[in-house]
Design a protein around this ligand. Structure first.
Ligand code: HEC
Ligand code: HEC
Length: 203
């Protein structure tokens, strides 16, 4: 576990108490950054710091359009985005997966899609980019294991509708556009059933 240095104290304060025009992140993302499965709000604990900083910038400039996060991200300076991202990256993710009520058949379809894709639909294996356990790879490929299924599904919908278009080379947009609603539900349920793992913050 990295220790929390001086730069990180600023991030911790923003996370827990908020700042000028900024609500405390913990009020939605949980006291330990574990997210809120019922509301579909993502876990931040243990995500890659640079990935989170990039997403905050995308939410501020509208390439990832979200009405809740846009004003919050816009109110943060670049320095603050870096500080708060570093703080959440240093937290241990929850060991319990958010899961949800899903039948075995759906989970099985989700696992197959995640690990092998569906070549007839032109869908590549999610794990080929997101890591074998969905744990994420470096700054470019985020951890999706142990995120609330609703949150993951909302992201797929956002790429389908074009309200999120911040991904490098449209990599995720082209995958999302090939997923049917049923397959999206199955694959996100499977990732939500896996426990989160800290991303490696190298790279
Ligand atoms: C009022 C509730 C609320 C507050 C307060 C809030 N967030 Fe969020 N946050 C959300 C929601 C909802 C999403 C998902 C947005 C979407 O669906 O695209 C989100 C998404 C994110 C993401 C993207 C995660 C990912 O995996 O891509 C980051 C990073 C983030 N928030 C950071 C913060 C930080 C830092 C703060 C405090 C300065 C904060 N949030 C405060 C509700 C909130
Ligand atoms: C070719 C590589 C690639 C493949 C295959 C891929 N993804 Fe992604 N995915 C990405 C990239 C890149 C991002 C980050 C986009 C960004 O920077 O905002 C991403 C982001 C995501 C996110 C948003 C996570 C967050 O918190 O911000 C979800 C959800 C997701 N992918 C689900 C899937 C699923 C489900 C599959 C399989 C059906 C899949 N991905 C296959 C490259 C890929």
């Amino acid at each position: 576990m990295p220790t929390i240095g001086a730069a990180n104290e600023a991030g911790k304060k923003l996370a827990q108490q908020g700042g000028e025009g900024v609500q405390a992140c913990s009020s939605c993302h949980g006291a330990q950054g574990g997210g809120n499965a019922a509301a579909g709000w993502p876990r931040l604990a243990g995500l890659n710091a640079d990935y989170m900083a990039q997403q905050l910038t995308a939410m501020a400039n509208g390439t990832r359009s979200n009405p809740i996060m846009a004003p919050i991200a816009s109110a943060l300076s670049e320095q603050q985005r870096g500080d708060v991202a570093e703080y959440f990256a240093s937290l241990k993710p929850p060991t319990m997966a958010p899961g949800g009520e899903v039948d075995q058949k759906t989970l099985h379809r989700g696992e197959t899609l995640a690990q092998r894709g569906d070549w007839q639909q032109g869908i590549p294996a999610c794990t080929s980019c997101h890591g074998l356990q969905g744990q994420g790879v470096g700054v470019a490929f985020p951890s999706i294991a142990g995120q609330p299924a609703t949150y993951l599904q909302n992201q797929i919908k956002a790429w389908q509708s074009g309200s999120r278009h911040n991904d490098p080379n449209g990599l995720m947009a082209s995958v999302a556009k090939r997923l049917s609603d049923e397959d999206s539900q199955a694959v996100t349920a499977w990732f939500a059933s896996l426990p989160a793992q800290p991303s490696n913050n190298v790279q």
